[in-house]
Design a protein around this ligand. Structure first.
Ligand code: FM0
Length: 330
């Protein structure tokens, strides 16, 4: 039997990944840039053993059905092939999310699973190689292998599409992200399906890809110069461009709910009042507010006038993947 255990933190993209050039290998159409966060993480233990009759996946102590386990099982098939083993696995995951917010956890989840498998099967992958492997589980997971600011270079093959940390002199430690969890949750389209529809049907998609590459350069410059306004501005603009692609789909769709609009409006109003803050949004209705750590308490106080305390969560920059105990007996 061989065990591996890893802890990976979630990440939120400032320059979004939206669209694949290769759906099977999960190679994106554009490079992206994210901030790893400390507030949400996944701890995953995987044990391969000849005593297992089949794969099993437990999330927060609940055994998941085949549908819920599909991506995990596909990932296990991939690592089994790599390690040339046919042992079945038991995967036990804990998602640490402060409230029952239903926040997406595929980034931290797949990163932790990749890390745990690397340990259990002694794949001896470097963090770069691990990033490429985690990508096969979920694209954004490749960025959760690293801490702080992370760039995922799109690459053009299985081994060249991977993330790395962006050197920033620890500037990320001076930043914060406030999550506004909106209550009016529309029926969501998964990011996998949403981007598939976008690539296939959105007339704005080719423009998006060009814009995202330009925005990425601006964001990297802003990080190099520790220019918060520049980073905030380009992040907000990039998120809006991503969401614009979905409106140009056939049929059109949107991840925004009335409360998302209210939250975005609130951020703009705060900015007019002199608060330095910018929003971003992913494939769901929650709004995330990027600000500087020193300003976070005052901005939080303002947001509390509009939203319930339970709807607001502050996150700081988070670390790279951590490998927990290793226990192998053969
Ligand atoms: O995180 O189809 O990784 O850059 O969150 O599993 O590769 O769940 F806003 C959307 C994340 C997409 C932007 O997509 O998709 C970002 C998004 P997969 P993911």
């Amino acid at each position: 039997m061989s065990n591996g255990k890893a802890k990976a933190y979630t990440n939120i993209a400032l320059i979004k990944y939206w669209g694949k050039q290769d759906e099977d290998l999960i190679i994106p159409s554009n490079s992206s840039l994210s901030l790893t966060l400390d507030a949400f993480y996944t701890i995953t233990n995987v044990s391969f053993s000849k005593n297992n009759q089949k794969d099993r996946f437990y999330l927060n102590k609940q055994l998941q059905n085949n549908q819920q386990s599909k991506k995990v099982y596909q990932f296990l098939d991939l690592v089994r092939k790599k390690a040339q083993t046919d042992l079945f696995a038991e995967v036990t995951s804990y998602n640490h999310v402060p409230t029952a917010a239903g926040l997406a956890s595929s980034a931290s989840g797949m990163a932790a699973l990749a890390g745990a498998c690397n340990e259990a099967l002694r794949l001896n992958l470097s963090n770069e190689e691990l990033s490429a492997l985690a990508r096969r589980g979920s694209g954004s997971a490749c960025r959760s292998i690293f801490g702080g600011f992370v760039e995922w270079e799109k690459g053009n093959s299985d081994s060249s599409s991977l993330a790395h940390q962006i050197e920033s002199n620890h500037w990320e430690d001076q930043l914060a992200m406030i999550f506004i969890l909106v209550n009016d949750r529309p029926k969501t389209i998964s990011s996998r399906l949403g981007m598939q529809q976008t690539v296939k049907t959105s007339s704005y998609f080719p423009i998006w890809v060009k814009e995202a590459e330009k925005d990425l350069i601006i964001a990297k410059n802003a990080i190099a110069y520790q220019d918060f306004e520049a980073l905030g501005k380009v992040s907000e603009a990039n998120a809006l461009k991503m969401h614009a692609t979905t409106l140009a789909c056939e049929p059109p769709f949107s991840y925004w709910s009335p409360d998302s609009l209210r939250a975005m409006d609130e951020v703009r109003t705060l900015r007019q009042q002199g608060f330095s803050c910018y929003f971003t949004m992913d494939a769901g209705p929650n709004v995330k507010v990027l600000c500087q750590k020193n300003d976070a308490p005052a901005i939080l106080q303002e947001l509390q006038k509009e939203f319930l305390p339970s709807q607001l969560i502050i996150a700081n920059a988070g670390p790279e993947i951590e490998f927990l105990e290793r226990n192998v007996s053969r």
